[in-house]
Ligand binder design. Structure first.
Ligand SMILES: Nc1nc2c(ncn2[C@@H]2O[C@H](COP(=O)(O)OP(=O)(O)OP(=O)(O)O)[C@@H](O)[C@H]2O)c(=O)[nH]1
Ligand SMILES: [Mg+2]
Length: 233
């Protein structure tokens, strides 16, 4: 199963992936692909964390907007995943980290069988209400770094409630590296999706591109993907 992890810059995606490896690598054969715009920093961070053999962690340097690499032209990522699958077959789980983005990035179902969208409380309690395809329709929404909530004046429970409302019943998980139970719940969610994926109950779902929107000049766009090129005002 290929699991995508997307979300704004610095919300804790690499750290979340490191904890998934820590929780699951003893029972599942795992590998990781990271996407950075200009560096292989995330792959180096994960290798340094010692959570997987270093050769199971590949970096894709996108050189362009993260959205392009995980949604519009997924070829470099598919090659990285297939290289890992060829080298370490059989793999149970390949986690693909998107480069940090704004709120718009979602994985193509051609690349990810399931996807997590990661927000953090430090980005502000309002973010969950702001919506977007990842927040509204990713398979799991993580509200991360809940340990920081009191320090940044955010009500984490309210943020989870807002996110739950925005998602029409899809799951939301409050996560913190300092909350063991939450890390266990994250691993449990992944285990369950893997079971459902293998039995065919879980099918890759496309959270979709940005909603159609209108620009200051009055033009309307429906961001369709590869062929959709236009200038923002
Ligand atoms: N307090 C707290 N800090 C966290 C938690 N998870 C991650 N961090 C910190 O948040 C910072 C960013 O974490 P990363 O995992 O690098 O975030 P990222 O989303 O991968 O960042 P980019 O790949 O650059 O977009 C680091 O300093 C982490 O140590 C958490 O649960 N609580
Ligand atoms: Mg990262």
């Amino acid at each position: 199963m290929r699991l995508g992890v997307a979300g704004p810059v610095g919300t804790g995606k690499s750290t979340l992936i490191a904890s998934l490896c820590r929780e699951l690598a003893a029972e599942l054969s795992m590998a990781v692909v990271t996407n950075d715009i200009y560096t292989d920093e995330d792959a180096r961070l994960l290798r340094a964390a010692g959570v997987l053999p270093v050769e199971r962690i590949h970096a894709v340097e996108t050189g362009a907007c993260p959205h392009t690499a995980i949604r519009d032209d997924v070829t470099p990522n598919l090659i990285a995943v297939e290289d890992l699958e060829a080298e370490f077959a059989p793999l149970d789980l390949v986690v693909v980290e998107s480069g940090g983005d704004n709120l718009t990035a979602t994985f193509s179902p051609a690349l990810a069988d399931a996807q997590i969208f990661c927000l953090d409380v430090a980005g502000g309690g309002d973010v969950a209400r702001k919506g977007g395809p990842g927040i509204e329709r990713a398979d799991l929404l993580v509200v991360n770094k809940t340990d920081l909530a009191p320090h940044v004046g955010v009500d984490a429970a309210q943020m989870v409630a807002d996110a739950t409302r925005a998602r029409d019943g899809l799951p939301v998980l409050a996560l913190s590296q300092h909350d063991r139970a939450s890390l266990g719940a994250l691993a449990g969610w992944v285990r369950q999706v893997l079971v459902d994926h293998r039995s065919g109950v879980h099918v890759p779902r496309d959270p979709g591109p940005m909603a159609p929107h209108t620009h200051a000049d009055g033009t309307t766009h429906a961001h369709g993907g590869a062929g959709d090129v236009h200038e923002h005002a």
